[in-house]
Design a protein around this ligand. Sequence first.
Ligand SMILES: [Mn+2]
Length: 426
Amino acid sequence: MISEQRIQELNHSLQDDHQFRFNFLAEWLDRRGIAVQEIIDQVAAFQVAIPSWALGTGGTRFGRFPAGGEPRNLEEKIEDIGLLHRLNRSSDSISLHIPWDIPKDVPALQQLLAENSLTIDSVNSNTFQDQPDQPFSYKFGSLCHTDASVRNLAIQHNIDCINYGKALDAKTLTVWLADGSNFPGQQHFRRAYQRTAESLASIYESMPADWTMLIEYKPYEPHFYSMVIPDWGTSYSLCQYLGQNAQVLVDLGHHLPNTNIEQIVGRLLHFGRLGGFHFNGSMYGDDDLTTGSIKPYQFFLIFNELVDGMTDPAVKNPSLAWMIDASHNTKDPLEDLLQSVQSILTTYTKALLVNRVALSQAQEGNDVVVAEELLKDAFQTDVRPLVAEAMRQSGGALDPIAAYRAAHIREGLIQKRGKLSIATGL
Ligand SMILES: [Mn+2]
């Protein structure tokens, strides 16, 4: 689709401008005692998983407008993610959704993954919709259901997911439950929680000792009165009930408007219970928009908290699983994913620039203005040349989206897969 040589040719035409911008920024940072190459190395090492369900055009219950050339099977999804990774060198793994993307020919998939320098990041279970051959319905819940037959079906599905993951060397099971209720009185809150905890414990016991279970929360949708796991506190309590290998997953879009997400991140890091992150953007209450597209300063404050926790030796938190989880309704999904990764890396880079010694001093001395200005200084620095340089040094494109367009990749995919091909997913 696009060769490394073609990427280098495209870089060549941008090199002069890039070098000018990079030299200016590098010299300025150097004067302030910041080790520029160390920052570049950290940015180059930062990898974000791409979900197998986000390579097609998303939609709403009102309609879906496909971009054309969508991947028709798991193999083509791997090819698409391989392409993203070749362009930005920052998307080296896939989150697999079961049953939309059940691995069939495992040796062939392993070979394809290796050819594209990719691994499987996590397997994600789905008990939010009924499959055609399913003996019981999830209409009134899955792991929380009043009927043990339904709960057992959902437990077995999660165990199946673990087995699919084991075959492909994954080590993470991500559980998001759509369980909840739409009307007051419909569900007994305490019993629904207890049944969920016990169901999760059955899954947890079936998990290999070196696996992690990530428990994701969401305040509403698909249910509009109550969700069984609506907030981080519920996720956290379930993790404590299950054991050390259960961790909370924070999805940026799964919060009510104006929630202080950075504080939640700080809390969970403090408890050593932050296991993973789902990146997306949100305006009202959705979880579908491009990462960083609506509230870039809040996104920076979240990353600031993450970097602070990751660099503090007092914090005993496992390394985090980073993944994009958005739905692309209007844009070409591959362009949207490239934009998302750019936004994540740019924001991460800014957080790395924060002078933590000075910030800590300002906080200890209650110097509110200096503390805030230190954050704003990093946030307002244009770090894009550092991100471009990290990609260039890793063999990627200086400008991945420009390279994607110059290589006419979507046109090529439409020619190969057809205008009407539809990817399974959101
Ligand atoms: Mn999510």
